[in-house]
Design a protein around this ligand. Sequence first.
Ligand code: SAH
Length: 239
Amino acid sequence: MQQYFSDTPLKVGEEYIFTKEQAHHARDVVRLREETIRLVHDGRGFFARAYPKGREFAAMVEAEDPRINESGIDLTLVMALIRREKFELVLQKATELGVSRIVPMISSRCVVKAREEKAEKQLKRWQDICMEAARQCKRSRIPEVTDTIAFSGLKSLSGEVKLAAYENAWGESEPLVKALKTAKSVIVAIGPEGGFSDEEMKEFAAMDYQSVTLGPRILRAETAAIYACAVISAVGEGL
Ligand code: SAH
């Protein structure tokens, strides 16, 4: 069953007209015929009967879907800028794994530089990746991708539990599952290919971020991000 997001509220018995992009996807990509789809607005899902309507595509909203396909933990993933294709992989996988928001961050060892002039276009691309992943995995919400922050921007983020993944913390820091406790809102920060500096680990502590280990192996940044989201979504969904 295909899913699409609506910018406007949905009501049973009303007709929803697809956007141009959605109509192209329905007609030309998945070759949708007269079938049931899932429409989502603001976290609420509805079943709807889709059909071609002249040059457009429409759907009659038939019933609310009680399922809310969201994790029980509000997860903020702070992700240091890493190589483009890896960063975009993290956006897609973190979305499938229930992340609530993704905060791109520049830290001292980032080799990828945030390009001012491209910032807007890049953010739109990142948001589109998350929307498409949320559509495909039938989430009831699209994760937010915020503007890129500097390391100091971490202090303005809020969460019951604030964690900094540190690859040298094995045997020193709590493992991720234990560090979560019963928190309902969690921030996890993942460093770049070169890791966080010792200085940054000290700054994390000063901002009440707890160092956490993701196990005895040194994971690539993208693997660490995906691992953290997978573990937290499993805990959040009581799996
Ligand atoms: N400097 C490392 C590589 C950094 S890995 C090296 O020696 O090669 C990139 C990021 O992934 C780290 O900053 C950290 O946030 C996370 N990470 C990787 N493995 C981890 C582990 N076992 N425990 C906690 N964090 C880890």
